[in-house]
Design a protein around this ligand. Structure first.
Ligand code: CA
Length: 227
């Protein structure tokens, strides 16, 4: 699941980004309102975390534009302001929740999970399944044939990406940008190593094999059971 953080204070955004990544979410971060606005309007996110006071465009403006565009994505406001008026304004504009700084990360994570579970958008799935493989996106649990499989946060994100794009060849560059949020040198084997580990966990002891290498192109999760 992909979350956008729009926050200009580096200390807070680093803290959030690290914590949410460790919890298994794919995180994008914008340092100012304008970048945040463009990302929120053009990319697909499962949740937006918006600061109110931002350079260029404030958090309220971003929320207003997102709702005017008909996007139902859940929005959590994160702000130092704690007056009742501000809180009411945020909720009237269509924010789903409101957290006042400073906050404990555990509380933020609990609220993020609640918002994702509530899933205001019908497109927000909380479980994904392929063959006998199941991913619970909120509890971050994976089972195959009913057996629980322990994955790291990166392996989970990688598997989620492969399942969402099942039966499509995913180039390494796309995997790098979606799961690691960065571009690797073309000779980097980080992705190959991660795929090998993931395969060992979800494919080695099971049939049919789901993850396939498409030589010279990338990787694919194949659901036909024939490849
Ligand atoms: Ca701010």
């Amino acid at each position: 699941m992909k979350i956008l953080i729009v926050e200009d204070e580096a200390k807070i955004s680093d803290y959030l980004r690290q914590g949410l990544s460790e919890a298994g979410f794919v995180v994008d971060h914008a340092r100012n309102g304008l970048d945040g606005y463009h990302l929120a309007m053009t990319e697909h996110y499962d949740l937006l975390i918006l600061d109110v006071m931002l350079p260029d465009v404030d958090g309220w403006r971003i929320l207003e534009s997102v709702r005017e565009a008909g996007k139902q994505v859940p929005v959590l406001f994160l702000t130092a302001r704690k007056s009742v008026d501000d809180r009411v304004k945020g909720l009237e504009l269509g924010a789903d929740d409101y957290l006042v700084k400073p906050f404990a990360f555990a509380e933020l994570l609990a609220r993020v999970r609640t918002l994702l579970r509530r899933g205001t958008s019908p497109a927000t799935e909380t479980t994904l399944a392929v063959a006998d493989l199941e991913l619970d996106l909120l509890r971050r649990r994976v089972t195959r044939s009913g057996q629980r499989i322990a994955l790291t946060a990166k392996e989970f994100a990688l598997l989620e990406l492969l399942i969402r794009h099942r039966d499509e060849v995913l180039p390494r560059s796309l995997i790098a940008s979606q799961v690691w949020d960065m571009n690797f040198d073309s000779d980097s084997n980080v992705i190959d190593v991660a795929i090998r580990r993931l395969r060992a966990k979800i494919d080695d002891d099971f049939e049919p094999k789901l993850i396939h290498t498409v030589r010279g192109m990338g990787y694919m999760l194949d659901t036909s059971g024939e490849a």
